[in-house]
Structure formats: structure tokens, C-alpha cells
Design a binder for this molecule. Structure first.
Ligand SMILES: [Zn+2]
Length: 190
């Protein structure tokens, strides 16, 4: 098992550190970090305000990310490329839809003899689950949730004020689980 993380423009260093820690905890053979300093979120691109999409949207993100993942899979002769998209993401972004992945999969096999010969597939085991269900599943599998990062800002700790933090608070509450990262006075500071 190998891991792939993208260091795009403005990504919180804490998120990168968290990805590395989780990869290490999972015992990955290799954790490759692809640096894409020119790839920016909509909020960081002057004059670009895509309708109906959040500020964190990255133009054509998954076409780019999965092309790198497929290249990595070709090089390492991997049998699967695993994406962690959940049902909540699918409702917002068209590039996590089944339609997108069906046609992208087809393109990969058309464009790579190795991927076709190895029957390398993109799999999305969390695609039918909401974020709260993903948290429940993670807790049942003893995933070290204390190593995860949801905040959009950088820092030693989560800010508990941004959209990423609010979503985390909501989803842990929905899952009926205690967030190992939540400070005791969380209700007062949000
Ligand atoms: Zn935050």
C-alpha cells in the first residue's frame, strides 16, 4: 500500500503533517508528496468565483489528482487506486460523480497498456456514506482519529471556527462520537 498527497498552493501545513502521520500509522510502503504550487483554490484565484461551488474548489482537481495517481499506479503496477470521496462530496462536486469516474477509468485503460493489463481500477469504498457514517466506520476500525485534520487554517490545533471545523463538529455529533481533538470548552469557543 502506498499513499499520495498533493501539496497545492496554500494547503495548511498541519493538513500535510496529518496526512504523513496517518500514512506512517498505516505502515505505507511509500508516501509520495506531489508539489503543485501553481494549483490554487477558487478563493485564492483573483476574479474566479465559480457559481454554486465553495471557495475551496480547485479547478479540475480530480482530473489532475487522478492522473498523478494513475501514473503512480502504472509505475508501481498497483491493482487499485483508492479514493476517499464520500456522499456529501458527491452532492457538491461533479468530479467525484460515478459518471466522471466511469469515463476517467475508460480513458486510463485507453491510454495505458500497463493499467489495462493489470486491470487497475479506481475504487471509492466510501462513496455511499455520509461524513458522519465515515467517522463511525473509522472509529469501529480503530483509525487514529486524533491524527486527522479538518481545519482550513494552519496551526498547532484546530481553530474550531472555520467551515472545515464546523463540519467536523457537526459530523462527530451526528455520529454520536466524542472527537478526540475537541477541547473541553468546545461549546464556549465555537
Ligand atoms: Zn478551523
Amino acid at each position: 500500500m502506498r499513499a499520495l498527497t498533493f501539496e497545492y498552493h496554500g494547503i495548511a501545513q498541519s493538513e500535510l503533517n496529518s496526512a504523513k502521520a496517518i500514512g506512517a500509522a498505516a505502515g505505507v510502503l511509500e508516501h509520495r508528496i506531489i508539489r503543485l504550487p501553481d494549483l490554487k483554490e477558487a478563493g485564492d484565484i483573483p476574479g474566479f468565483r465559480p457559481r454554486g461551488l465553495p471557495q475551496t474548489y480547485i479547478p479540475l482537481r480530480n482530473s489532475i489528482f487522478y492522473a498523478f495517481a494513475a501514473s503512480f499506479a502504472e509505475e508501481t503496477e498497483a491493482g487499485s487506486i483508492v479514493g476517499g470521496h464520500n456522499r456529501d462530496d458527491i452532492e457538491v462536486f461533479v468530479d467525484v460523480s460515478s459518471d466522471f469516474f466511469r469515463s476517467f477509468q475508460k480513458s486510463l485503460w485507453s491510454g495505458s497498456r500497463i493499467l489495462r493489463a493489470n486491470r487497475t481500477r479506481i475504487v471509492r469504498p466510501l462513496k455511499d456514506k455520509r461524513k458522519a457514517e465515515v467517522i463511525k466506520l473509522a472509529a469501529s476500525l480503530r483509525v487514529p482519529l486524533e491524527l486527522t485534520w479538518s481545519c482550513h487554517r494552519d496551526g498547532k490545533e484546530h481553530c474550531w471556527q472555520c467551515d472545515g471545523c464546523h463540519s467536523r463538529i457537526r459530523c462527530f455529533a451526528e455520529a454520536g462520537l466524542k472527537d478526540p481533538l475537541a477541547p473541553p470548552d468546545l461549546e464556549k469557543i465555537t
